[in-house]
Design a protein. Structure first.
Length: 175
């Protein structure tokens, strides 16, 4: 097994076994809109990019979630759910285009929405995830991440959605 894969698994195990006391940059965004399970947002990223400077546009470009390279393990090594969020908050977790609270919001997930954890950001504060917007009660094998695949890591391009969520708001369930 690769050293990076082992480090990733150790970090995931530590996350699952200890309460998160570290501060995360991502607090769920506020909105007046009604939020549904895995509610994709209108294409605001394109509108914002058209009005922004080149530096801002580069920061808002999507960073693909990398999957695979886990040897005999599933393409995405762990399963999780969106953690219960604070009372009185908006009641959703933002899925981002990059591991940054400044990047474009791709979707909003309610508590207990299942996630496949596929990648850990370099600063270890974000998870690259795959999720099914059509089955908010379970992560199905239809996403293509619950079986091993040989070879190097590759960007997720399956039938489900992918993006980045703040690690602080995720509860590990398996892996």
């Amino acid at each position: 097994m690769h050293v990076r894969s082992m480090l990733f698994l150790v970090l995931l195990a530590a996350t699952a076994c200890s309460p998160s006391a570290e501060k995360e940059p991502e607090a769920p965004a506020t909105t007046q809109e009604a939020v549904t399970e895995a509610n994709p947002l209108p294409d605001q990223a394109g509108k914002a990019a058209a009005k922004s400077s080149p530096a801002t546009t580069a920061h808002s470009a999507r960073k693909p979630v990398m999957v695979g390279a886990n040897g005999d393990l599933d393409v995405c090594a762990s399963l999780a759910v969106v953690a219960p969020l604070k009372t009185g908050g908006d009641g959703f977790l933002s899925v981002r285009a990059r591991p940054s609270s400044e990047s474009a919001e791709l979707a909003r997930l309610k508590p207990h929405h299942p996630l496949a954890i596929c990648e850990l950001s370099e600063d270890e504060r974000w998870f690259g995830v795959v999720y099914s917007p059509n089955t908010p009660d379970r992560l199905t094998g239809d996403c293509g991440v619950l079986s091993p695949i040989e070879g190097p890591a590759f960007p997720y391009d399956g039938p489900c959605e992918s993006g980045w969520v703040a690690r602080r708001y995720v509860e590990m369930t398996a892996g």
